[in-house]
Ligand binder design. Structure first.
Ligand SMILES: *Cc1c(COP(=O)(O)O)cnc(C)c1O
Length: 359
Protein backbone atom coordinates (compact mmCIF):
# COMPACT_ATOMS: atom_id res chain seq x y z
CA UNK A 1 0.00 0.00 0.00
CA UNK A 2 1.46 3.32 -0.96
CA UNK A 3 1.19 6.42 1.13
CA UNK A 4 1.58 10.13 0.47
CA UNK A 5 5.20 11.20 0.47
CA UNK A 6 6.05 14.51 2.09
CA UNK A 7 9.73 13.66 2.06
CA UNK A 8 11.62 15.98 -0.33
CA UNK A 9 11.95 13.43 -3.04
CA UNK A 10 10.74 11.21 -4.38
CA UNK A 11 7.38 12.85 -3.85
CA UNK A 12 3.83 11.70 -4.47
CA UNK A 13 3.00 11.03 -8.11
CA UNK A 14 -0.60 11.77 -9.08
CA UNK A 15 -2.85 9.08 -10.54
CA UNK A 16 -3.32 11.11 -13.73
CA UNK A 17 0.47 11.16 -14.19
CA UNK A 18 0.73 7.39 -13.78
CA UNK A 19 -2.12 7.03 -16.27
CA UNK A 20 -0.31 9.25 -18.79
CA UNK A 21 2.82 7.08 -18.44
CA UNK A 22 0.81 4.01 -19.32
CA UNK A 23 0.46 4.80 -23.01
CA UNK A 24 1.98 1.69 -24.56
CA UNK A 25 5.50 1.55 -25.96
CA UNK A 26 6.98 3.23 -29.02
CA UNK A 27 10.39 2.83 -30.63
CA UNK A 28 12.93 5.42 -29.60
CA UNK A 29 14.01 5.95 -33.22
CA UNK A 30 10.41 6.28 -34.47
CA UNK A 31 8.69 9.39 -35.77
CA UNK A 32 6.34 9.13 -32.79
CA UNK A 33 9.25 9.45 -30.41
CA UNK A 34 10.74 12.37 -32.31
CA UNK A 35 7.38 14.15 -32.07
CA UNK A 36 7.18 13.37 -28.34
CA UNK A 37 10.75 14.56 -27.67
CA UNK A 38 10.33 17.75 -29.67
CA UNK A 39 6.99 18.55 -28.05
CA UNK A 40 8.73 18.82 -24.65
CA UNK A 41 11.35 21.39 -25.51
CA UNK A 42 9.26 24.57 -25.32
CA UNK A 43 7.83 23.64 -21.93
CA UNK A 44 11.19 22.68 -20.47
CA UNK A 45 12.86 25.79 -21.86
CA UNK A 46 10.11 27.97 -20.38
CA UNK A 47 10.64 26.53 -16.91
CA UNK A 48 14.42 26.83 -17.19
CA UNK A 49 14.23 30.26 -18.78
CA UNK A 50 16.48 29.31 -21.66
CA UNK A 51 16.70 29.00 -25.39
CA UNK A 52 19.33 26.28 -25.00
CA UNK A 53 18.38 22.68 -25.65
CA UNK A 54 17.23 20.65 -22.66
CA UNK A 55 18.46 17.06 -22.96
CA UNK A 56 16.73 14.07 -21.39
CA UNK A 57 18.92 11.61 -19.55
CA UNK A 58 17.76 8.23 -18.32
CA UNK A 59 19.52 8.35 -14.98
CA UNK A 60 19.07 9.96 -11.64
CA UNK A 61 20.50 13.45 -11.30
CA UNK A 62 23.87 12.23 -10.05
CA UNK A 63 24.50 10.71 -13.45
CA UNK A 64 24.40 14.04 -15.22
CA UNK A 65 26.11 15.79 -12.32
CA UNK A 66 29.07 13.46 -12.72
CA UNK A 67 28.77 13.78 -16.49
CA UNK A 68 28.78 17.58 -16.33
CA UNK A 69 32.11 17.53 -14.49
CA UNK A 70 33.60 15.24 -17.12
CA UNK A 71 32.35 17.54 -19.88
CA UNK A 72 33.45 20.97 -18.67
CA UNK A 73 36.29 20.79 -16.14
CA UNK A 74 39.78 21.04 -17.62
CA UNK A 75 41.69 23.04 -15.01
CA UNK A 76 39.83 22.96 -11.70
CA UNK A 77 36.27 23.12 -10.43
CA UNK A 78 35.17 25.19 -7.45
CA UNK A 79 32.61 23.25 -5.40
CA UNK A 80 30.43 25.34 -3.08
CA UNK A 81 29.53 23.20 -0.08
CA UNK A 82 26.64 24.07 2.22
CA UNK A 83 24.80 20.79 2.81
CA UNK A 84 24.79 17.07 2.11
CA UNK A 85 24.19 17.23 -1.64
CA UNK A 86 26.65 20.05 -2.30
CA UNK A 87 29.25 18.38 -0.08
CA UNK A 88 28.86 15.36 -2.34
CA UNK A 89 29.75 17.42 -5.40
CA UNK A 90 33.29 17.79 -4.11
CA UNK A 91 33.54 14.07 -3.46
CA UNK A 92 32.24 13.29 -6.96
CA UNK A 93 34.71 15.72 -8.55
CA UNK A 94 37.52 13.86 -6.79
CA UNK A 95 36.15 10.49 -7.82
CA UNK A 96 36.08 11.45 -11.50
CA UNK A 97 39.67 12.63 -11.13
CA UNK A 98 39.01 16.34 -11.67
CA UNK A 99 41.08 18.86 -9.72
CA UNK A 100 38.67 20.46 -7.27
CA UNK A 101 38.71 23.24 -4.72
CA UNK A 102 35.98 24.12 -2.30
CA UNK A 103 34.25 26.83 -0.33
CA UNK A 104 32.55 25.58 2.82
CA UNK A 105 29.60 27.29 4.42
CA UNK A 106 27.83 26.11 7.53
CA UNK A 107 24.89 23.85 6.77
CA UNK A 108 21.80 26.02 6.54
CA UNK A 109 23.74 28.99 5.18
CA UNK A 110 23.44 29.97 1.52
CA UNK A 111 26.40 30.16 -0.84
CA UNK A 112 27.95 33.61 -0.32
CA UNK A 113 28.62 35.49 -3.59
CA UNK A 114 31.45 37.52 -1.99
CA UNK A 115 33.26 34.34 -0.97
CA UNK A 116 32.81 33.04 -4.52
CA UNK A 117 34.24 36.32 -5.87
CA UNK A 118 37.33 36.07 -3.68
CA UNK A 119 37.96 32.42 -4.56
CA UNK A 120 37.46 32.81 -8.31
CA UNK A 121 39.82 35.80 -8.23
CA UNK A 122 42.67 33.34 -7.59
CA UNK A 123 42.35 32.44 -11.26
CA UNK A 124 42.70 28.70 -10.67
CA UNK A 125 39.24 27.72 -11.83
CA UNK A 126 37.52 27.06 -15.12
CA UNK A 127 34.27 25.72 -13.63
CA UNK A 128 32.05 26.17 -10.60
CA UNK A 129 29.42 23.76 -9.24
CA UNK A 130 26.81 24.63 -6.66
CA UNK A 131 23.26 23.89 -5.64
CA UNK A 132 20.44 26.36 -6.05
CA UNK A 133 18.12 24.71 -3.52
CA UNK A 134 20.12 22.60 -1.03
CA UNK A 135 17.48 20.02 -0.22
CA UNK A 136 19.22 18.58 2.83
CA UNK A 137 18.89 21.88 4.72
CA UNK A 138 16.05 23.58 2.83
CA UNK A 139 18.30 26.47 1.83
CA UNK A 140 17.97 28.54 -1.34
CA UNK A 141 21.16 30.26 -2.50
CA UNK A 142 20.98 33.62 -4.31
CA UNK A 143 21.37 32.40 -7.89
CA UNK A 144 21.33 35.78 -9.62
CA UNK A 145 23.95 37.26 -7.26
CA UNK A 146 26.24 34.24 -7.54
CA UNK A 147 25.93 34.22 -11.31
CA UNK A 148 26.74 37.94 -11.49
CA UNK A 149 30.07 37.06 -9.86
CA UNK A 150 30.64 34.02 -12.08
CA UNK A 151 30.01 36.08 -15.20
CA UNK A 152 32.97 38.30 -14.30
CA UNK A 153 35.06 35.26 -15.25
CA UNK A 154 34.35 34.29 -18.85
CA UNK A 155 36.54 31.17 -18.55
CA UNK A 156 34.40 29.74 -15.72
CA UNK A 157 31.60 27.39 -16.77
CA UNK A 158 28.78 27.22 -14.22
CA UNK A 159 27.06 23.98 -13.30
CA UNK A 160 23.95 24.56 -11.22
CA UNK A 161 21.95 21.81 -9.54
CA UNK A 162 18.29 22.86 -9.53
CA UNK A 163 17.00 19.44 -8.53
CA UNK A 164 14.59 20.72 -5.85
CA UNK A 165 13.95 24.19 -7.31
CA UNK A 166 13.11 23.43 -10.95
CA UNK A 167 9.47 24.47 -11.52
CA UNK A 168 9.06 25.47 -7.84
CA UNK A 169 11.16 28.66 -7.93
CA UNK A 170 12.12 30.81 -10.96
CA UNK A 171 15.55 30.00 -12.41
CA UNK A 172 16.05 32.28 -15.45
CA UNK A 173 18.93 30.25 -16.82
CA UNK A 174 19.88 32.50 -19.71
CA UNK A 175 19.33 35.82 -17.94
CA UNK A 176 21.56 34.56 -15.12
CA UNK A 177 24.12 33.06 -17.47
CA UNK A 178 23.90 29.51 -16.11
CA UNK A 179 25.79 27.20 -18.44
CA UNK A 180 24.74 23.77 -17.27
CA UNK A 181 21.45 23.34 -15.47
CA UNK A 182 20.65 20.02 -13.88
CA UNK A 183 17.41 18.65 -12.50
CA UNK A 184 15.60 15.40 -11.86
CA UNK A 185 12.13 13.98 -12.33
CA UNK A 186 11.24 12.99 -8.78
CA UNK A 187 11.25 16.39 -7.10
CA UNK A 188 9.04 19.34 -8.08
CA UNK A 189 8.14 17.81 -11.45
CA UNK A 190 6.28 15.14 -9.46
CA UNK A 191 7.30 12.20 -11.65
CA UNK A 192 8.74 8.88 -10.56
CA UNK A 193 12.55 8.82 -10.30
CA UNK A 194 14.70 7.76 -13.23
CA UNK A 195 14.78 10.73 -15.58
CA UNK A 196 17.01 13.76 -15.36
CA UNK A 197 17.15 16.93 -17.42
CA UNK A 198 20.15 18.86 -18.57
CA UNK A 199 20.14 22.38 -20.09
CA UNK A 200 23.51 23.06 -21.73
CA UNK A 201 24.82 26.33 -23.17
CA UNK A 202 26.78 26.64 -26.39
CA UNK A 203 29.78 27.75 -24.30
CA UNK A 204 29.62 24.55 -22.29
CA UNK A 205 29.42 22.44 -25.45
CA UNK A 206 32.43 24.27 -26.84
CA UNK A 207 34.36 23.46 -23.69
CA UNK A 208 33.27 19.83 -23.95
CA UNK A 209 34.56 19.62 -27.50
CA UNK A 210 38.07 20.39 -26.23
CA UNK A 211 38.06 17.73 -23.48
CA UNK A 212 38.99 14.07 -23.53
CA UNK A 213 37.43 11.50 -21.24
CA UNK A 214 33.86 12.67 -21.59
CA UNK A 215 32.75 9.08 -21.89
CA UNK A 216 29.69 8.16 -23.92
CA UNK A 217 26.55 8.00 -21.78
CA UNK A 218 26.69 11.61 -20.56
CA UNK A 219 28.65 13.16 -23.41
CA UNK A 220 27.23 16.62 -24.17
CA UNK A 221 28.15 16.29 -27.85
CA UNK A 222 26.28 12.99 -28.16
CA UNK A 223 23.27 14.57 -26.46
CA UNK A 224 23.44 17.51 -28.86
CA UNK A 225 23.85 15.41 -32.02
CA UNK A 226 20.82 13.32 -31.03
CA UNK A 227 18.86 16.35 -29.86
CA UNK A 228 19.15 17.79 -33.35
CA UNK A 229 17.32 14.68 -34.60
CA UNK A 230 14.74 14.80 -31.78
CA UNK A 231 16.28 11.83 -30.00
CA UNK A 232 18.44 10.72 -27.11
CA UNK A 233 21.80 8.92 -27.44
CA UNK A 234 20.51 5.66 -25.97
CA UNK A 235 17.12 4.09 -25.31
CA UNK A 236 15.39 6.46 -22.89
CA UNK A 237 12.78 5.90 -20.17
CA UNK A 238 9.89 6.40 -22.59
CA UNK A 239 7.16 5.88 -19.99
CA UNK A 240 8.68 8.62 -17.84
CA UNK A 241 8.91 10.87 -20.86
CA UNK A 242 5.18 10.38 -21.48
CA UNK A 243 4.66 11.36 -17.87
CA UNK A 244 6.85 14.42 -18.34
CA UNK A 245 4.75 15.52 -21.30
CA UNK A 246 1.66 15.27 -19.13
CA UNK A 247 3.24 17.22 -16.27
CA UNK A 248 4.43 19.93 -18.67
CA UNK A 249 0.90 20.28 -20.00
CA UNK A 250 -0.37 20.70 -16.44
CA UNK A 251 2.33 23.27 -15.71
CA UNK A 252 1.51 25.18 -18.87
CA UNK A 253 -2.21 25.30 -18.12
CA UNK A 254 -1.60 26.36 -14.53
CA UNK A 255 0.90 29.02 -15.69
CA UNK A 256 4.43 29.27 -14.32
CA UNK A 257 3.80 32.36 -12.21
CA UNK A 258 0.77 30.70 -10.64
CA UNK A 259 2.82 27.60 -10.01
CA UNK A 260 5.56 29.57 -8.25
CA UNK A 261 2.90 31.42 -6.24
CA UNK A 262 1.25 28.13 -5.26
CA UNK A 263 4.56 26.70 -4.07
CA UNK A 264 5.25 29.82 -2.05
CA UNK A 265 1.75 29.86 -0.53
CA UNK A 266 1.80 26.19 0.44
CA UNK A 267 5.34 26.54 1.73
CA UNK A 268 4.25 29.50 3.88
CA UNK A 269 1.36 27.45 5.28
CA UNK A 270 3.66 24.68 6.45
CA UNK A 271 6.18 27.23 7.71
CA UNK A 272 3.46 28.96 9.74
CA UNK A 273 2.32 25.62 11.16
CA UNK A 274 5.89 24.78 12.27
CA UNK A 275 6.27 28.12 13.96
CA UNK A 276 2.90 27.79 15.67
CA UNK A 277 4.24 24.56 17.21
CA UNK A 278 7.39 26.34 18.36
CA UNK A 279 9.83 25.02 15.76
CA UNK A 280 12.24 27.35 13.99
CA UNK A 281 13.26 27.09 10.38
CA UNK A 282 16.72 25.53 10.08
CA UNK A 283 18.04 28.06 7.54
CA UNK A 284 17.68 31.80 7.91
CA UNK A 285 14.09 32.48 6.82
CA UNK A 286 15.21 34.78 4.02
CA UNK A 287 16.98 31.82 2.45
CA UNK A 288 14.35 29.19 3.12
CA UNK A 289 13.63 27.33 -0.11
CA UNK A 290 10.06 27.09 -1.39
CA UNK A 291 9.54 23.44 -2.31
CA UNK A 292 10.09 22.24 1.24
CA UNK A 293 10.67 23.42 4.79
CA UNK A 294 13.49 22.17 6.96
CA UNK A 295 12.73 22.78 10.65
CA UNK A 296 15.13 22.49 13.56
CA UNK A 297 13.88 19.88 16.00
CA UNK A 298 14.08 22.50 18.73
CA UNK A 299 11.77 20.48 20.98
CA UNK A 300 13.68 17.25 20.62
CA UNK A 301 10.66 15.21 19.60
CA UNK A 302 10.98 11.56 18.61
CA UNK A 303 10.74 11.95 14.85
CA UNK A 304 10.90 8.24 14.13
CA UNK A 305 7.92 7.56 16.38
CA UNK A 306 6.02 10.50 14.94
CA UNK A 307 6.61 9.29 11.42
CA UNK A 308 5.46 5.79 12.33
CA UNK A 309 2.20 7.23 13.63
CA UNK A 310 1.77 9.56 10.65
CA UNK A 311 2.16 6.56 8.39
CA UNK A 312 -0.14 4.17 10.19
CA UNK A 313 -2.91 6.64 11.07
CA UNK A 314 -2.75 9.21 8.27
CA UNK A 315 -1.07 7.28 5.48
CA UNK A 316 1.69 9.82 4.96
CA UNK A 317 5.33 10.33 5.81
CA UNK A 318 7.63 13.31 6.34
CA UNK A 319 11.43 13.27 6.53
CA UNK A 320 13.29 12.93 9.81
CA UNK A 321 16.46 14.76 8.74
CA UNK A 322 19.19 14.03 6.22
CA UNK A 323 22.68 12.76 6.98
CA UNK A 324 24.21 14.44 9.99
CA UNK A 325 20.93 16.32 10.57
CA UNK A 326 18.97 13.09 11.16
CA UNK A 327 16.85 13.53 14.27
CA UNK A 328 17.99 17.14 14.60
CA UNK A 329 15.78 18.51 11.83
CA UNK A 330 12.69 17.42 9.97
CA UNK A 331 11.71 18.27 6.43
CA UNK A 332 8.29 18.59 4.88
CA UNK A 333 7.88 18.80 1.12
CA UNK A 334 5.24 20.90 -0.60
CA UNK A 335 6.58 20.31 -4.12
CA UNK A 336 4.78 19.20 -7.21
CA UNK A 337 1.05 18.63 -7.41
CA UNK A 338 0.16 19.60 -3.83
CA UNK A 339 -2.89 21.79 -3.34
CA UNK A 340 -4.33 23.85 -0.51
CA UNK A 341 -6.56 20.89 0.29
CA UNK A 342 -3.77 18.31 0.47
CA UNK A 343 -1.50 20.63 2.48
CA UNK A 344 -4.35 21.52 4.85
CA UNK A 345 -4.94 17.81 5.40
CA UNK A 346 -1.23 17.30 5.96
CA UNK A 347 -1.15 20.11 8.53
CA UNK A 348 -4.13 18.66 10.38
CA UNK A 349 -2.34 15.31 10.56
CA UNK A 350 0.94 16.90 11.66
CA UNK A 351 -0.80 19.01 14.26
CA UNK A 352 -2.62 16.01 15.72
CA UNK A 353 0.39 13.73 15.90
CA UNK A 354 2.98 16.30 17.01
CA UNK A 355 0.45 17.36 19.66
CA UNK A 356 0.13 13.78 20.90
CA UNK A 357 3.90 13.58 21.12
CA UNK A 358 4.01 16.65 23.31
CA UNK A 359 5.22 19.17 20.78
C1 LIG B 1 17.59 14.75 -4.71
C2 LIG B 1 18.77 15.62 -4.99
C3 LIG B 1 19.90 15.14 -5.65
C4 LIG B 1 20.10 13.68 -5.97
O1 LIG B 1 19.36 13.29 -7.01
P1 LIG B 1 19.32 11.75 -7.46
O2 LIG B 1 18.14 11.76 -8.32
O3 LIG B 1 19.21 10.92 -6.23
O4 LIG B 1 20.57 11.50 -8.20
C5 LIG B 1 20.91 16.01 -5.94
N1 LIG B 1 20.84 17.30 -5.61
C6 LIG B 1 19.78 17.81 -4.96
C7 LIG B 1 19.75 19.25 -4.61
C8 LIG B 1 18.71 16.98 -4.64
O5 LIG B 1 17.65 17.48 -4.00
Amino acid sequence: MSHRLYIPGPITVSEDTFAAMNKGMIGHRSKDFVALYQSLQAGLQAIAGTSDPVYLSTSSSWGIMEGALRNVVAKKVLCCMNGAFSDKWFDVANRVGKPAGFLKFDWGKPVDPDAVRAELATGQYDAIAYIHSETSTGTLSPLAEIQAVVREHPEVISIVDTVSSFSAVPINKDANGVDVLITGSQKALALPPGLSLLGVSERARQRAATLEGRGYYFDFLEFQANHEKGMTPSTPAIALINGLKHQLEKISSEGLENRYARHRRLNDKVRAWGKSRGFTLFPDERYGTRGLNCFSNTKGVDLEAINKTLKSRFNLVIDGGYGKLKGKTFRVSNMGDETDATIDALITALDTVFGEFGA
